[in-house]
Each structure stands twice: as structure tokens, then as C-alpha cells.
Write a protein that binds this ligand. Structure first.
Ligand code: AMP
Length: 478
């Protein structure tokens, strides 16, 4: 048996606004455009300068706030969260923002990312008498802040932020201020925007379009952004920083209309498709992409290959992402409900099918057979990222190596398993060039490429031993 590396995944979306008369409503709209980052639960906490009020529940944002709950969230400051579904930790207690009431003040807190030293910190804190109410990593930060006792909240927060390791974008709200903090590698995107005299902060810039905000700047690794009635203050909690923006945000996770580190996600995906056509051209009649995340790459491939891009696959918009289903059987059923092939487009044709990534192989296998059932003569699969063979510990829900088809099989074997006529992945260098090296002087142009090469930008702390064991086991199997 391979060692199982599992953790609580916090692959989420966060949003906050300060100094706006309709803060909770703006947060609702902002979160709505971040719903793709998490569908399991949602919540908003607001402040009127005196009291923090919150509402949260399991489910999609629109369901959580369907009975007028927003009306009760008074005040001009608010933060909110949409949470990603995972097999574990699926309970109301883990839905954020968390709201803590202390003797003199209150604190709301939400988090996007995954801490890699959360369980050892938790054990240490429990030994000191802390009682945790949830199984979420996020609570650890609140305990660390409270224990620091410097007498100054921002100082306490800085102490706490230097203890947590891994991927984190935090939003905090007190009666008097809204604060955002980004981990020293900047794994997750986080940007600052402005609507007149109000500031907004969001996981992705697509939320700014929705609420009518203009982009101000990205939050940089190691920064603490404090917004209060005096305006915006940028502080830092560490100077030891190195950009390692999660490449999967560009490949799959973020919305195409978002910009990350100044690079538009759709354009990066389109370039990766073009590059794929240069690296892995194949004679064919049509190009199609798996909706929605692969359409940009498919358009790029078609343009470069001089082939027509066609809608060969249609997605039923009313089925949530299949990846969310915790069991393999449910996931397979999910793919069937979600996608259909368009017979008129693919019948009798040699089809190039572009997907952004292969994780377990469920989607590709199903799509190849859908296309064949619809009469495709040949199905050539092209993947707009390199083989995904290493887990992510910084907040993307891929934490068990034995689930990853490319960790256990060669490209030829995967091609056979998914039943394609040919299969080619984009090269590592091709991906880095296509995204466009947002920080040219840093490794991989400032991207985290660990999924593809195991080159983790940090120590792995609590995950190290399991991870090494899984690598050794893997070698034995091969
Ligand atoms: P699989 O069916 O397990 O091979 O998953 C591959 C599909 O899931 C691809 O079509 C991707 O668009 C999508 N995908 C890739 N990474 C993730 C992720 N971290 N969370 C959810 N879906 C993903």
C-alpha cells in the first residue's frame, strides 16, 4: 500500500470590502464571481464598527443567502469565503469565515490555501491547553494570534503569520479594520481593488469586474495589507520571500477573465494551446476542447495548427464539477451527466481533443469513449500541461500520489488506459514559456511547478515523512 498523504484542503475563494455602504451585498456579488473556487459552503461576516455579524452555511452562495440573511449583515466592512468540497471535513463547523469573540473585541477570519505544519502546531497548542472547535487549519492562526500577547494586534498577527507554513491567503476583519495577508511564496492569487473611496480585496481580479472596482495592485508575498478608516497601509511580516505562484491557477483553477501577476488567464491558456500544437502537431480534421477550462487552450491549438476549432463537446451547466465527488464511482457518473459529444461535429472525423490536465484519468477516458460513440474516426488527446505526477500541499485538492495516473504510469500506458489514438502532454518549459514568466529572475519565472517535477519551493514539514515514503514505495512498484 502506498502511504496516503491526505490533508484538509482549503482551495477556496476570499473577498473583502471596506468603507462601502452595502458591504455585505458587495461581498456577496464578489463571492458570486469566485464561486468556481469552491461550492461546498459560503459565508460572510460584516462590521458596523461596533459589532461583527456573520452568516454561513453549507451549499452554494445563492442558497446560503436565499432567505434575506444579507439584510442582517449591517455595516460598511465585510469579508466572505466560498469553500471547496473535499471528501473530509465536510461539516458546517468548517465553513468560513470563523467568528471569534474575545473580551474586548471580535475577529473574523477566512483562509485560502493549505498549511503544511498545521497538525504539529495544533498538537503544540493543544498541549498548551487550546481547545479547537473545528478540524480546519484556519483555526490555528486565531490561537496563535491570541497566544502572542505583545499587546498589539498587528504585532500578534505578525508573530502568528511567521509560525504558519505553506500556502495561505488570509482575510481578517475586526470592528476597526480589514486585513489581508499572503504567504511568503504567494502561492494563491490575491489582489487589491478600489470602488471610489472603498477598497476591495479578492482572490481573483474577475471579482473586481463584477463589483465595478478598478484594479490597484496585487498583494505581494509576505505582505500584510491593512485597511481602516485612514485608508490602505502596506506592511510586511517577513522579508524572506520568493514568488512561487501556483501554475495550476493558470492551467485550470482561475477564471479566464482574471489576471494573475498581470497575466491574463485566458491568454496564458491560449498560448499553452499554441505551444502544444508546435510541440505535438498531429494530422486531424477538427480540434475540440473540454468545456470550460480547456476551451482557451483548444482555440490556441486550432489557431496554430490551422485546423477548425469546433464545439465537439457540450457541458451541462447544471452539474457541479465532477472532481468534487468523493468516490471514484460517483465521479464517473458525474462525468457522464456533465458532458455530451456533438455527433454532427465529430462523426467520421479525426479529432484532436484538448484538456488542460489529467489528474486521475476519469475525464479523459470517458471523453475519448464519448467521442468514439459519437462516430469520431480517430481521437488524439493533447494536454495543455505536463504530466501531473506529484501532489500539491499548498491548497489544490491533489494530495495523494497514488491517485495521480501520471505518478504510476508512463504516457504510453496512460494513452492505452484512456483509449486514445495518441496522447501528448505539453513540456515543462513549454508551460513556463506559455504562461510567460511573471517573475523572470525567479525559478520557473516565479511559478510553482511542483506537480510536474516534485520541486517544492518550501520544506514539507508535516507531510515530509509520508511524501518520502510514497516516493520510495512508488520506486518499488515500478
Ligand atoms: P481526472 O478526471 O481526475 O483526470 O481530472 C481531470 C479533469 O479535472 C480535467 O478536465 C481538469 O479540468 C480538472 N481538474 C484538474 N485539476 C483539478 C483540481 N485541482 N480540482 C478540480 N478539477 C481539476
Amino acid at each position: 500500500m502506498l502511504a496516503e498523504i491526505k490533508g484538509l484542503n482549503e482551495e477556496c475563494g476570499i473577498f473583502g470590502v471596506w468603507n462601502h455602504p452595502a458591504a455585505a451585498n458587495i461581498t456577496y456579488y464578489g463571492l458570486h464571481s469566485l464561486q468556481h473556487r469552491g461550492q461546498e459552503g459560503a459565508g460572510i461576516v460584516s462590521t458596523d464598527g461596533e459589532v461583527l455579524r456573520g452568516h454561513r452555511n453549507l451549499g452554494l452562495l445563492a442558497d446560503v443567502f436565499k432567505h434575506g440573511e444579507l439584510d442582517g449583515l449591517k455595516g460598511t466592512g465585510a469579508i466572505g469565503h466560498v469553500r471547496y468540497a473535499t471528501a473530509g471535513g465536510k461539516s458546517l463547523g468548517n465553513v468560513q469565515p470563523f467568528l471569534f469573540h474575545f473580551q474586548e473585541s471580535s475577529l473574523a477570519l477566512c483562509h485560502n490555501g493549505n498549511l503544511i505544519n498545521a497538525s504539529s502546531l495544533r498538537a503544540e497548542l493543544e498541549k498548551q491547553g487550546a481547545i479547537f472547535q473545528t478540524s480546519s487549519d484556519t483555526e490555528v492562526l486565531a490561537h496563535l494570534i491570541k497566544r502572542s500577547q505583545t499587546g498589539d494586534f498587528i504585532q500578534d498577527l505578525k508573530v502568528a503569520l511567521n509560525r504558519v507554513k505553506g500556502g495561505f491567503a488570509y482575510m481578517l476583519l475586526t470592528e476597526k479594520q480589514m486585513i489581508a495577508a499572503l504567504d511568503p511564496n504567494g502561492f494563491r492569487p490575491l489582489s487589491i481593488g478600489r470602488i471610489g473611496d472603498s477598497y476591495v480585496i479578492a482572490s481573483e481580479t474577475c471579482a473586481f469586474e463584477t463589483v465595478g472596482a478598478e484594479f490597484v495592485r496585487d498583494v505581494e508575498p509576505g505582505e500584510l495589507v491593512i485597511i481602516d478608516d485612514d485608508g490602505l497601509h502596506i506592511d510586511t511580516f517577513t522579508k524572506e520571500v520568493k514568488h512561487s505562484i501556483c501554475s495550476m491557477e493558470y492551467i485550470y483553477f482561475a477564471r479566464p477573465d482574471s489576471n494573475i501577476a498581470g497575466i491574463n488567464v485566458h491568454s496564458a491558456r491560449k498560448r499553452s494551446g499554441k505551444r502544444l500544437a508546435q510541440e505535438a502537431f498531429v494530422e486531424a480534421d477538427v480540434v475540440t476542447g473540454v468545456p470550460d477550462s480547456s476551451i482557451s487552450a483548444a482555440i490556441g491549438y486550432a489557431e496554430e495548427a490551422g485546423l477548425p476549432y469546433e464545439l465537439g463537446l457540450i457541458k451541462n451547466r447544471y452539474v457541479a464539477r465532477t472532481f468534487i465527488e468523493p468516490s471514484q464511482e460517483l465521479r464517473e457518473q458525474g462525468v457522464r451527466m456533465k458532458l455530451s459529444a456533438v455527433r454532427g461535429v465529430v462523426q467520421g472525423k479525426r479529432v484532436v481533443m484538448i484538456d488542460d490536465s489529467i489528474v486521475r484519468g476519469t475525464t479523459s477516458k470517458r471523453i475519448v469513449s464519448l467521442l468514439r460513440e459519437a462516430g469520431a474516426k480517430e481521437v488524439h488527446v493533447r494536454i495543455a500541461s505536463p504530466p501531473l505526477a506529484y501532489p500539491c500541499f499548498y491548497g489544490i485538492d491533489i494530495q495523494t500520489r497514488n491517485e495521480l495516473i501520471a505518478a504510476n504510469h508512463s504516457v504510453d500506458e496512460i494513452c492505452q488506459i484512456i483509449g486514445a489514438d495518441s496522447l501528448t502532454y505539453l513540456s515543462e518549459d513549454g508551460l513556463v514559456q506559455a504562461i510567460g514568466k511573471p517573475y523572470p529572475n525567479e525559478p520557473y519565472g516565479g511559478l510553482c511547478m511542483a506537480y510536474f517535477n516534485g520541486d517544492y519551493p518550501t520544506d514539507l514539514y508535516d507531510y515530509e515523512a509520508d511524501y518520502l515514503a510514497s516516493l520510495i514505495e512508488q520506486k518499488k512498484l515500478k
